[in-house]
Design a protein around this ligand. Structure first.
Ligand SMILES: Nc1nc2c(ncn2[C@@H]2O[C@H](COP(=O)(O)OP(=O)(O)OP(=O)(O)O)[C@@H](O)[C@H]2O)c(=O)[nH]1
Length: 359
């Protein structure tokens, strides 16, 4: 469900590579034109110009990984093309060592691995093809040096990227989940809402937003202590999870306030789910061991289209209805209307009123 953002370092590294190649391209163009390597010299100049153009535009590029992929193929191919020319010294092979580092840094773990496999294999083939008759280059010591060094760089690049991606996943999880309940936190709400709204509009499906607030939670804390309050919040989150369908997402917005996104549910279905959550919570005699009072919730429901077309309007409408539910006696769900009615609903003899009495 989470969307992995583009790692920030990739754009910076791509920019650095582009700058380096545009400078090196001009340098090698001047050298190779003098040496009579006309084809290679002009290819290097073309690569240099393309790199400079990309460098100037890289901040605006959207599909950075795709651009990096499309760039690395000619870049590595030119290195191999240069190496295959017998007039180029074998010292040029050090450029091959850039292949794993740059591929992993710019393309990530598996695309980097695939790119490295292809171009390192081709580089080995070019090396053997060019030097198979040259005992100065094809001998145990030189081969061992080249292979051990290349393998070490490949392995370190792989391990680095593997741990970087793992750390990123952990950090993403920590940043997007509420530490106490494990539900999504407020930061993910607009992002997930916008994604669900796009899908709902594309598939002409309804989408509802449910705002939930526990009733008189302060009294739970005051009477039973903060730890029991925490346990109750965890139990409520588990209770919410049990009621969700596969595509629904639940968030803890802070304190004792929760939000649920219900893709595919119109007003009535969302109201019914909220009612079922409310009733089943109110029926639980002992939500957590230390708590000898029942907990209740109030909820406001808003539906895409009928109550607004964007997050701000939908949230605001659900919030107004939640407010209305609180001021109409709590322990209820409101999915229509937005102003406090003239004849305020009589506070029913709810578990929360019972809670007030008990406390
Ligand atoms: N245990 C615990 N309590 C929290 C946490 N975050 C907020 N609270 C408490 O939740 C309580 C919320 O109180 P209020 O905003 O007055 O709401 P309420 O008592 O539920 O009253 P109504 O919402 O009007 O029914 C406060 O006492 C906060 O300290 C938390 O992470 N853990």
């Amino acid at each position: 469900m989470s969307v992995t953002p583009e790692p920030l370092h990739q754009r910076v590294i791509f920019k650095g590579l582009l700058l380096m190649v545009s400078g090196a391209g001009v340098f090698y163009f001047l050298i190779n034109i003098q040496r009579g390597l006309i084809g290679l010299a002009w290819t290097e100049l073309a690569m240099s110009v393309a790199s400079l153009w990309l460098w100037r535009n890289v901040d605006a590029l959207k599909a950075l990984r795709l651009w990096s992929f499309l760039y690395l193929i000619p870049f590595f191919s030119i290195i191999l093309f240069a190496l295959s020319d017998s007039r180029i010294s074998y010292g040029m092979f050090v450029w091959v060592l850039l292949i794993p580092i740059v591929s992993y840094l710019l393309l990530g773990l598996w695309r980097g691995f695939a790119m490295t496999c292809v171009f390192m294999t081709l580089a080995a083939a070019v090396y053997i093809w060019r030097f198979h008759n040259n005992p100065e280059v094809i001998n145990t010591v030189v081969l061992a040096n080249v292979m051990v060094c290349a393998a070490a760089l490949w392995a370190f690049s792989h391990i680095y990227e593997l741990s970087r991606e793992r750390s990123q996943r952990i950090l993403m999880k920590l940043a997007s989940r509420d530490a106490l309940t494990g539900l999504y936190n407020r930061l993910r709400l607009t992002e997930i809402f916008n994604r669900e709204r796009q899908q709902a509009e594309a598939q002409r499906q309804p989408l509802s937003l449910l705002l939930i607030d526990l009733d008189y939670f302060k009294k739970i804390n005051d009477h039973y202590g903060h730890d029991t309050g925490d346990q109750a919040l965890v139990a409520v989150a588990a209770h919410i999870r049990q009621h969700l369908r596969r595509r629904d997402s639940a968030f803890r917005l802070g304190g004792e306030e929760f939000c649920i996104l219900l893709p595919g549910s119109g007003r009535e279905e969302a109201h019914a789910l909220a009612e079922s959550l409310r009733l089943s919570l109110a029926e639980q005699h002992q939500l957590v061991a230390a708590l000898r009072t029942r907990l209740t919730l109030s909820a406001g429901v808003a539906t895409l289209g009928a109550d607004g077309d964007d997050f701000v309007h939908l949230y605001s409408m659900a919030d107004q209805r939640l407010y209305l539910a609180k001021h109409s006696g709590r322990n209820r769900v409101i999915s229509e209307g937005q102003a406090v009615p003239e004849h305020s609903v009589q506070e029913e003899k709810s578990p929360s009123s019972a809670l007030q009495t008990t406390l």
